[in-house]
Design a protein around this ligand. Structure first.
Ligand SMILES: Nc1nc2c(ncn2[C@@H]2O[C@H](COP(=O)(O)OP(=O)(O)OP(=O)(O)O)[C@@H](O)[C@H]2O)c(=O)[nH]1
Length: 775
């Protein structure tokens, strides 16, 4: 391509101007002082323009300049890449020329070569996060070969480190998807297992150990699994490549291995060597190529050898002349050729790296047969060829992948529009929204659960207690109906004091605080079971735990406060006439409800047994009771019948219950009449109307208790809980926990997935378009 052709195309004006300026300067300077690289097949003037005064300033890319322009700068200063299978990379110059695997960083031609591959590897990694659609696959180099053919040694020579599992017990059991990432500006070399999230591993022994463990985790009974292990290696000494190491082909299975193993390995390899992947068929040079399983498999799937590279390992183990002859393998010619390597020099085995490459280079140089035949040999040559072939295949697949990504993107955009009306969310916004809605519901609850509601609860609890006390002390005593006449009798005043004490000393503080706490916890549980929190059991438990924690921390102090403040009522209660009237009213209501409950129970018994039968049975019981009384015997007890079929016993039992209820109803009616009488209209007659006095007392206890429960417990809880929710479930969460929380909700997970897929595909599309233009 001529200078004019180059500049006419996609080059921005400022670059064209700089180059044209450079061209003018060239004619005015002394060419003899300038270093002239070999640009024989380019029609640019043979000059390294970067050496020219003023070029550097002009060529510094302005911020935001895209990679295409940067590439062009590189192209302007470097010799152009040769054809894909450049014979210059044979033993005559290639083994030392293309940058050793563990030597310095890539030389400029390699950098150029790698840009498309690098970008497409990025694209590939992005696509992997979207889905496993076969149409979105970019080519990888798949390494196949018989066991011990030297596959691992070749891969390690390319990487420059020993990191693959070793051992006799079939240690490669899963595909290892290896991505090599050339990190130009860093000296750091490390590996990462993206599926495991172990972070950077700089020790290659550790990488080897992890790989071995992952492989050996496949049980002996299965021996092989198709689940790949992903490994990424970052280094300034590796080219950008994607490789897959597979279990080696076997001839026969051993005693402990499954009989289907041979077939399983073949199937696994066949799955991987399909289009668009490139096949690296590894064969040991000391074995007859006609028997090579790798070549056999590749011939089946790639009969014309368009995408197969043959690698002959162990070249040192055969006569050099024979080795050269094997490289031309006429039985199965490959368009991408054969390359010979020695990955274990001197028989002792060098660690992969510089020393191994030097030893290999020495070996090939020390045998003139290779030089004379201009044979393609050496790991650097192999490495270079892999880069070129991968780039070429990636370039070829570009159009196909652009189309597939476009289709996927259209689909993702459609789904996003139809299902979510293009509404964007983020895991963070979802967490914030979930917490806000919880806090809003909590606030609504605090309004609903004000002092009046708490008071109702505590009062209802004390009413129940009054009922129990009255039943025990008054309503079960037959003399109580004479009370209006005999209430000044000391026996009744003493009883009144006892009743009074049993209410005030019954642990009102503890039980009222516990009652409020139970209600709060119950409400929290209800709140957290509703809506979105139903999807977040862990967060729900956490909120409940710190709610209970706040309440627990306030429990004792609130109980003490309540008990202290109600202490004066343990000795006396003063009340106004107004308060007394209110007390009487409440006592009447209490008796009314108790009365109607008893009446209802009696009615149920009557309708179950019939009035006549019941009357007769009651008469029989009364007779028995009379006889017992006459004879000075205790009242006969009728036990509850065990068998449902014992109808007679059941009747007698219920008759006794009906008798009790009749007496009870009569007592309650008597008490109601007393409470409604003029006698109970004034507070001076307390001992005649104990129910009213207990009601007055309960009211005072309730007001006092609720006041302190509100101040010490509720206010604190209402204030602290929203802050705890913010601190522990919002600010404290790391990115991982936020993602986990959001993904627990299936609706949100789906929304995020489609949104993520769309965003990734848009990014991929952008990268692909820019690459496509450059390509
Ligand atoms: N002499 C010599 N030995 C080699 C060469 N390449 C590999 N070897 C040796 O061959 C043996 C097998 O090599 P590996 O790289 O483990 O072979 P593999 O194909 O990965 O073996 P499996 O993973 O068991 O299938 C090892 O002892 C290597 O040291 C070579 O170029 N020359």
């Amino acid at each position: 391509m001529t200078y004019e052709e180059i500049t006419k195309e996609t080059v921005p004006d400022w670059v064209r101007d700089s180059l044209s300026q450079a061209k003018d300067w060239m004619s005015s300077i002394d060419m003899s002082k300038i270093k002239v690289p070999d640009l024989s097949n380019v029609s640019l003037p043979t000059v390294d323009v970067s050496q020219l005064p003023g070029f550097k300033e002009a060529a510094v890319a302005p911020a935001g300049m895209d990679d295409g322009v940067k590439n062009f700068q590189a192209m302007a200063t470097a010799p152009p890449p040769g054809p894909v299978l450049n014979k210059a990379s044979s033993v005559s110059g290639g083994s030392s020329g293309s940058g050793g695997p563990s030597g310095s960083s890539m030389s400029p031609p390699d950098q150029d070569l790698m840009i498309l591959t690098k970008k497409l590897i990025e694209v590939r990694n992005l696509l992997k996060t979207v889905n496993n659609n076969a149409n979105l696959q970019l080519p990888s180099i798949v390494v196949i070969g018989s066991q011990s053919s030297g596959k691992s040694s070749v891969l390690e020579a390319i990487v420059g480190h020993e990191f693959l599992p070793k051992g006799s017990n079939m240690v490669t059991r899963r595909p290892i998807e290896l991505t090599l990432i050339h990190s130009e500006n860093s000296k750091e070399e490390y590996g990462e297992f993206p599926q495991l999230g172990l972070g950077k591993i700089s020790d290659f022994k550790k990488i080897q150990k992890t790989l071995t463990d992952l492989n050996l985790a496949v049980p002996d009974s299965e021996c092989v699994s198709s689940k790949p292990i992903e490994l990424r290696i970052y280094s300034p000494n590796v080219p950008d490549l994607t490789l897959v190491d597979l279990p080696g082909y076997i001839q026969i299975h051993s005693r402990h291995q499954p009989p289907t193993l041979k077939q399983k390995i073949s199937d696994l390899c066949e799955m991987y060597i399909k289009e668009p992947n490139i096949i690296l068929a590894v064969c040991a040079a000391d074995v007859d190529l006609a028997n090579s399983e790798a070549l056999r498999a590749s011939r089946k799937i790639d009969p014309l050898g368009h995408r197969t590279i043959g690698v002959l390992t162990k070249m040192d183990l055969v006569d050099p002349a024979d080795a050269v002859a094997k490289l031309n393998n006429p039985d199965f010619p490959l368009q991408l050729g054969y390359i010979g390597v020695v990955c274990k020099a001197g028989g002792s085995g060098n660690a992969p790296g510089q020393a191994l490459i030097r030893a290999e280079d020495n070996y090939f140089k020390s045998h003139p047969e290779f030089r004379q035949a201009n044979a393609s040999v050496g790991t650097p040559v192999l490495r270079n060829r892999l880069m070129k072939v991968l780039e070429e295949h990636m370039g070829r697949g570009l159009y196909r992948i652009v189309n597939s990504v476009e289709k996927e993107l259209d689909d993702a955009r459609y789904q996003f529009k139809v299902h979510y009306n293009d509404r964007k969310i983020s895991p963070e916004s979802y967490v914030a929204e979930a917490m806000d809605s919880l806090k809003t519901r909590f606030k609504a609850f605090t309004k609903e659960f004000g002092k009046p509601q708490v008071r109702d609860q505590v009062r209802a609890m004390l009413e129940e207690r009054i009922r129990e006390i009255c039943e025990e002390v008054y309503w079960n005593d037959p003399r109580v109906n004479q009370l209006p006449k005999i209430c000044s009798d000391p026996i009744w005043t003493t009883r009144l004091d006892l009743t009074f004490a049993s209410l005030t000393k019954s642990g009102v503080g503890r039980s009222s605080v516990q009652l409020v706490i139970d209600t709060l916890v119950q409400n929290m549980e209800q709140m957290l079971s509703a809506d979105q929190f139903a999807h977040h059991p862990e967060a729900r438990e956490q909120i409940l735990a710190f709610s209970t924690e706040i309440l627990r921390s306030k429990f004792h102090v609130t109980v003490d406060q309540v008990e202290n403040t109600i202490k004066p009522y343990k000795f006396e209660v003063e009340c106004t006439e107004q308060e007394w009237q209110e007390g009487v009213k409440r006592a009447v209501t209490l008796l009314d409800t108790t009365l109607s409950t008893s009446e209802q129970e009696l009615k149920t018994i009557k309708s179950a047994f019939g009035r006549r039968r019941l009357r007769n049975a009651i008469a029989q019981i009364k007779k028995q009771e009379k006889e017992a009384e006459v004879n000075g015997l205790p009242t006969p007890v009728v036990a509850e019948p065990v068998s449902e079929s014992d109808r007679e016993a059941k009747l007698l039992f219920n008759a006794r219950e009906a008798l009790r209820l009749q007496k009870h109803i009569s007592t309650l009616q008597g008490r109601l009449a007393a409470l409604r009488s003029r006698q109970c209209g004034v507070s001076a007659n307390k001992s005649c109307c104990p129910e009213a006095l207990l009601e007055v007392l309960a009211d005072k206890l309730t007001y006092t208790a609720v006041m302190f429960i509100y101040v010490e417990l509720l206010n604190e809880f209402f204030f602290q809980l929203p802050r705890e929710i913010d601190n522990k479930l919002y600010y404290d969460l790391n990115r991982q926990q936020i993602l986990k929380f959001a993904n627990e909700n299936p609706t949100v997970r789906k929304h995020l997935e489609i949104q993520e897929r769309k965003a990734t595909l848009e990014l991929v599309m952008e990268k692909l378009r820019s690459l496509n233009r450059k390509h």
